[in-house]
Design a protein. Structure first.
Length: 387
């Protein structure tokens, strides 16, 4: 049901795909231009040396002869071996330039990802406003209003997710080598499954992070802790959902990209970004028992309500003293604001309605007074009222 509701929400806010596409294109164009201006002069001797080995000419000639059915495999393999040896010598002579280029590419990759991530909070805020009240806000104005929070969030996100990103990059490099040295078809499938699995693990633990910040005004680190604690106890559900969804997205993306000569990739990236944000919001609203709109004429009312809290920011005594603050706490309540009880969890608190307690106490006092007046002996009324 989470995937179904997320798909409906995606269709309702599909116009965001075009806005995200434009934003991503601007960021990529800026960083590509800067990168070419810095990296190309640095790697020019390396590139010229590799081209001078004749590797590309031999490769083109071999492919042409292969399709003509006139290829001499022994000669082709000998040329390939000689070219690889020559390329190795060129790399050794330009090792410093190659190392510097790789470092710059990684830095540009991280910075570009961070700038693209600045669109996350505006996107989630737009979805949150639509899901709660069908309100519509512009992407540009929302981006400007949330720029300070977006920068803080993305700085923390880069530090938190850097391990996963480096792992994915290292895996990609390793399996790319494996593709050309062992079994290309097997290596390709292994790469897709492992990359999807690592991405699903990362997304599972951070799934509730953004919604907690935007929907309940949570602090960045407190929201991250809440997301990790909550998703860890339901890891199978979150991981299973994201793994299947990401696997489908990757499969469709590869086929769509190949069949459209790369054009489909332009649509798949912002589309998958928006669908991930929709999944996060639907998960958060469902776990918190909040009703939400998936379209202008359809509202979803979750059947199950769970109570979870930020351990550091949740204080039962304060809730009793300030019942009007219920909506500001990242916890779940049912219709009469009585928390649901879970005896297995330390995070669950039973919060009684203070007004009901006061009303009950007043009623008890009135009954005691009435009983006292009806059971007094005759002639003693005046003494009682005096007391």
């Amino acid at each position: 049901m989470v995937v179904k509701h997320s798909a409906n929400l995606l269709l309702s806010k599909f116009s965001l795909v075009y806005k995200l596409m434009l934003y991503c294109a601007i960021v990529v164009a800026i960083f590509t231009g800067i990168g070419i201006g810095i990296i190309v002069p640095l790697t020019r001797p390396l590139v010229n040396g590799i081209v001078g080995t004749g590797f590309f000419e031999h490769l083109s000639e071999t492919v042409s002869l292969f399709f003509q059915g006139d290829v001499n495999y022994s000669t082709a393999l000998q040329n390939l071996n000689n070219d690889i040896t020559a390329i190795g010598a060129v790399i050794q002579n330009n090792y410093a330039a190659l190392t510097g280029s790789i470092i710059l590419i990684v830095v540009f990759f991280v910075l570009a990802g961070m700038f693209i991530g600045l669109a996350d909070i505006p996107t989630v805020d737009i979805l949150n406003n639509f899901m709660t009240s069908k309100s519509r806000y512009g992407f540009s104005s929302n981006f400007i209003d949330n720029i300070k929070l977006s920068v803080k969030y993305n700085l923390v996100k880069v530090l938190v997710t850097l391990v996963f990103d480096v792992g994915i990059l290292a895996l990609a490099v390793y399996l790319t080598t494996l593709i050309f040295s062992v079994n290309s078809l097997f290596a390709l499938f292994l790469f897709v499954f492992m990359a999807v699995g690592i991405s699903a693990v990362r997304q599972s633990f951070t799934s509730l992070w953004l919604p907690a910040i935007v929907a309940d005004n949570g602090k960045i680190f407190a929201s991250l802790k809440y997301s990790i604690v909550t998703t860890t106890k339901r890891f199978a559900k979150f991981f299973g959902t994201y793994f299947i969804v990401y696997l489908i997205i990757a499969s469709i993306g590869i086929l769509f990209t190949l069949s459209t000569f790369g054009v489909g990739f332009v649509f798949m990236v912002p589309g998958s970004m928006l669908f991930t944000r929709c999944l996060e919001m639907v998960f958060y609203y469902t776990l918190n028992g909040k009703s939400f709109y998936t379209s202008v004429d359809k509202i979803v009312k979750p059947d199950v309500v769970e109570l979870k809290s930020f351990e550091d920011n949740f204080d039962i005594k304060k809730v009793h003293e300030n019942p009007e603050q219920y909506s500001k706490l990242p916890v779940l309540y049912n219709q009469d604001k009585t928390a649901l009880t879970d005896s297995k969890s330390k995070e669950v608190a039973v919060v009684k309605d203070k007004n009901k307690e006061k009303k009950s106490d007043d009623e008890s006092k009135r009954k005691k007074k009435k009983n006292r007046l009806t059971n007094i002996p005759e002639g003693k009324h005046e003494d009682i009222f005096k007391n």
